[in-house]
Design a protein around this ligand. Sequence first.
Ligand code: PMV
Length: 311
Amino acid sequence: MRANVTATGQGKLIVFGEHAVVYGRPAVACSLPTGARATLQRAATPRWVIEHPGGLIDANADADILKAGNLLLEPFGLCADELDIRIEMSIPLGAGLGSSAAMAVAVARGAARLLDLNEADTEQRVSRAVIASESVFHGKASGIDQQAAMGSGFFTFRKTDSGPVVDPLKVDAHRWVVARVAPSKSTAAMVQSVADRRERLPEVTESLFDDFAHTSEMGARALTAGAWDVVGELMNVNQGLLEAIGVSTPELEAACTAANQSGALGAKITGAGGGGCILALAQDDDDRLVDALGEYGDVFEFTLAGRNSTT
Ligand code: PMV
């Protein structure tokens, strides 16, 4: 067993199809070039610290994180109270950017490295471990965050009974802007609120999920074609669908409107909604968007490209 290891996991943006993806509809997401870095070592005095853009968390004092952590370490025969774990986050926590999956993948990969597992063994065990720990934060999770946390670039994702179907997308580099508009709601609570609405309004909700699916499918084609105007228009359609299933808020809608009035090609919630972040598709060299969104909260800029991108 190694003495000290580090490993990483990526954050993510959902470009199309959140929530509907839980019900088997396709979604489009992109792994961020940044996320979580975990350092693990065996220690007589266990400690679990998360350093993030908003401060420092003592994970040993947080029942949910500890529960998720032990579910994560169990498949490796490890336990939180025998390890010193330090996680450095370069994305905000609980903002819809896939922080929990990024952390989970970083820690699980670290655990595999600590045990010197071979690559084939590692990916399978990491995947199993992350699914277990994500259930603490997501309730009924689709697995899209985990996929993004382990991968890179843009991809379409569909949950099926025989496992996820993932297709990498070739997308040229483009500027995307994220604004953290409001404090986040729990992903599990938002997923449950959609499940409750589906229970009350089954036909309407299922038909909205089908509209999400068409938006994701057309969005994937527009992304690979570099048809940025179409991508932006479809993001606005996606936002309308998120409003229709009840996961938007007046603050998120105001920020999307401000983005569109300040040169964005389109804007929508990214992630579970109820608060958290919006994602806007920027036009190149247009600073009005960043200035406008700065009025709503912290702004993050990313230049994202898909695997095999030409630029
Ligand atoms: O809020 P986030 O970033 O964890 O995104 C959740 C995405 C959902 O589609 C709402 C849930 C899921 O597991 O796919």
